[in-house]
Design a protein around this ligand. Structure first.
Ligand code: C2E
Ligand code: CA
Ligand code: CA
Ligand code: CA
Length: 278
């Protein structure tokens, strides 16, 4: 048997059961991870395509597990969402992001930072007050905070989601629809929400130079997004070929490995000086 109490991980012959036990153990460990400072704030720059200037970054959590090394982010986020334990992680991220923006500002770097919110966060009645408190504590300009929300998170409960979005907008932050294209909602519906932009999912951006259908989805999203007055961000910009197509399509913002991998927040200033020089 797996010894969960001591945090041990037994090796099972049966794949499914092993996977199940591993997930259970990880979920328990996530609480400890937040408490014991095992989480790290990584940032990935976003670049304004027309000017090639950095226009902000996305905040991405990393978990360095004491026994298991780094745990895949998408995996433990999904586990926390399923288990309904995302709130402590969101609170950790909010604190980390605000204190990082403060530190950058002191050092002369004013990058807007985009924080990912989960569906569960949108239905947390205390979220807006918590964020308002962080603004008061850190004295940060509202333009420096953005939030990214997926369509599926919003669609789970559109009425409650809309209410949270309205409250967040009142704080003066910018809101983006994340992973656009992977859900079922139309841009014209999303435009009824108080959002400032959309991020086209990387599953359309990455193959856009080899797959005609992906290219069509990307170009029509950019066109419709612009007609609706939205900022359009492409994520998963991995190659110069993709970048050049996005330039031609007049996409607003690019994010991806071509520009930079996500990096520890403390490295962003050095990266920024190198980027600004070329
Ligand atoms: P996301 O919000 O769609 O974030 C973009 C993901 O794509 C990140 O994965 C990023 O490292 C990766 N990526 C960026 N550029 C490229 C590229 O050019 N090519 C490829 N193949 N991938 C690229 P990451 O950091 O592993 O995060 C995975 C997901 O976990 C995120 O997807 C987001 O949904 C979630 N996540 C991360 N941090 C947080 C957080 O603090 N809170 C919440 N609720 N979710 C988070
Ligand atoms: Ca995101
Ligand atoms: Ca995304
Ligand atoms: Ca994603």
């Amino acid at each position: 048997q797996a010894n969960l109490a001591s945090g041990g991980y037994a090796i099972y012959a049966g794949g499914q059961e092993q996977e199940h036990m591993r997930r259970l153990a990880l979920m328990g460990d996530l609480h400890r991870a937040v408490r014991e400072h095992e989480l790290r704030l990584f940032c990935q720059p976003k670049v304004d395509i027309a000017s090639r200037r950095v226009c902000g970054a996305e905040a991405l959590v990393r978990w360095q597990h004491p026994q298991h090394g780094s745990v895949r982010t998408a995996e433990f986020i999904q586990l926390a969402e399923e288990a309904g334990t995302i709130t402590p992680l969101t609170n950790w991220m909010l604190e980390a992001a605000f204190s990082q923006i403060y530190a950058w500002h002191e050092a002369g770097l004013d990058w807007p930072l985009a924080i990912n919110l989960s569906g569960h966060d949108l239905y947390d009645p205390r979220l807006t007050e918590r964020i308002r408190g962080l603004f008061a504590t850190w004295g940060i300009a509202p333009e420096l905070i953005q939030f990214e929300l997926t369509e599926s998170a919003l669609m789970a409960n559109p009425a409650a989601g809309l209410e949270t979005l309205i409250h967040l907008k009142q704080l003066g932050v910018k809101l983006f629809i994340d992973d656009y294209g992977t859900g079922y909602s139309s841009l014209s519906y999303l435009q009824k929400l108080p959002v400032d932009g959309v991020k086209i999912d990387q599953s359309f951006v990455m193959p856009m130079v080899v797959n005609g259908n992906s290219a069509t989805i990307v170009s029509s999203t950019i066109e419709l997004g612009h007609n609706l007055g939205l900022t359009v961000v492409a994520e998963g910009v991995e190659s110069a070929a993709i970048w050049h197509r996005l330039v031609a399509l007049k996409c607003d913002v690019a994010q991806g490995y071509l520009i930079s991998m996500p990096m520890p927040a403390a490295q962003c200033q050095a990266w920024n000086s190198t980027w600004s020089q070329n």
